[in-house]
Ligand binder design. Sequence first.
Ligand code: ADP
Ligand code: MG
Length: 554
Amino acid sequence: MAENQLGGQQYLILPEGASRLIGKEAQRTNIAVGYAVSSIVRTTLGPKGMDKMLVSELGDIIITNDGATILQEMNVEHPIAKIMVEIAKTQDKEVGDGTTSAVIIAGEMLKNAGGLLDQGIPPAAIIKGFEMARTKAAEVLNSIAGKVDLEDEDKLQKIAMISMGSKNIGSAETKKMLAKLALQAIKQVSIKDGGKVTIDRDFIKLEKKEGSSIEETSFINGVLIDKEVTHPGMPKSIKNAKIALLDVALEIEKTETDARIEITSPDQMQAFLAQEEKMLKNMADKISKSGATVIFVQKGIDDVAQHYLSKAGIMAVRRAKKSDMEKLAKATGARLVTSLDDLTQADLGFAGLVDERKISGEQMVFVEKCKDPKSVTIFIRGGAKQTVDEVERAITDALGALASAVESGRYVTGGGSTEIEVASKIRDYATDVGGREQLAIQAFADALEVIPKTLADSAGMDAIDTLVSLRTKHKSASGKSYGIDVYTNSIADMEKPGVIEPLKVKLQALSSATEAIAAILRIDDMISSKGRGGGGGGPGGMGGMGGMPPGHED
Ligand code: ADP
Ligand code: MG
């Protein structure tokens, strides 16, 4: 009777077709969903990982190995799946690399948490244990990390290579070349302030055009603008350019109100047009007088103004993007001007060359040879669209990894070596802690080992045997950096083949994974009012499930 009553009440408060999962049922479903998401990207991990082909609703094809891209393009529906995708997004945004690892570790943490729930350990104890383990892991990571700085080209080159390692973008030579370009870009935009280096990756523009080979990818010491010179009569190439950036419309502003001008004679018409022309000529004169030889205009340029500008030998690009204007300012030292009356020589920037070139049938404007620009471009080329896109993702990873390495100045070894080392230290710590948390801390350690396990799998090695030998190696002090050399199918000191990664990438992966898993484990009630008819199976079914008094299930 009581059960029916409760069921009836739920029926009253939830809309028809809504579904609800409570307690263990909700937890089990959530864990299964989260784990399923991580399983999808698992096979892409590492240089021997596989690619995935994604076909969008519109039929666009993406071939990639990039965890974040795969998850984003899948358009997952389930809210828990969305949280898992969010882990990859956060990782991508914060450090630019390590997305797959973060999601795989999170999936494994969920699976292990499921085991603990089955043993009757309450979610709060699991979450507490995971958070303690995360703190300890950060401590261990910091203690084993080596130093790296902006001058350490050899190490940085390796870090860039490893971060691109799993992308299918051609030979080792090609990757080396791309790594060099990425490093050059990072060095150029880095800002040193005392002992601290900061890098704003937004000021490394990635511009791409298919129709050539990857080897043609190049570094531009300035900004590449995907626009053409506005008027055919204007110069197409200007050396030692003086650049003005104008957030001004070089047009006669149409009046807002519906004004009417009464023209009664041809003379008046003539005078009216002459007046307009004079105003436009005036604008061109002001620009010319400032000494500018190249202008980038955020708004439009009237035909008459174009005519006068070309007569004055000025190159102009109109409707430039706001983001490009900011980059041009950083690259050339020009100041964005919002009124022509304010334009003076002091506002002008400099570029050794501004040049319009035809690239695969389209005009582009190269603003290059800038003086110590704080904004640069990598111009990505490749045969097909899929290729340029994957090269872009590879370079994005490399830039992220390099920026992370340089900013924190620390690196650790890869190939699963760091995960094994941290796991073993965490296990020791778990015994010290004891109690219910001990089990959760151990489960966290086990979850980390999914990385070496997966790398061994992808290389065709026996995962269990490899893990056992690695654990033994790590018992000795000299074995700290032993991991999996996927190219020789053996365990080796990862410093030797130069498999190194930024510390920050590993730290970020553990914190975003732990936070997301804690959020998922705290949920014990999933109410969906999306009205699918599925899930809860209608009010009757829900009544049955919801009829349990709260707290009964634990
Ligand atoms: P993520 O999105 O997590 O960066 P990746 O597919 O880039 O995924 O794989 C990263 C993993 O592959 C790291 O654990 C890294 O140490 C490992 N890895 C990369 N290159 C090598 C290599 N040459 N040998 C062994 N492991 C490698
Ligand atoms: Mg990577």
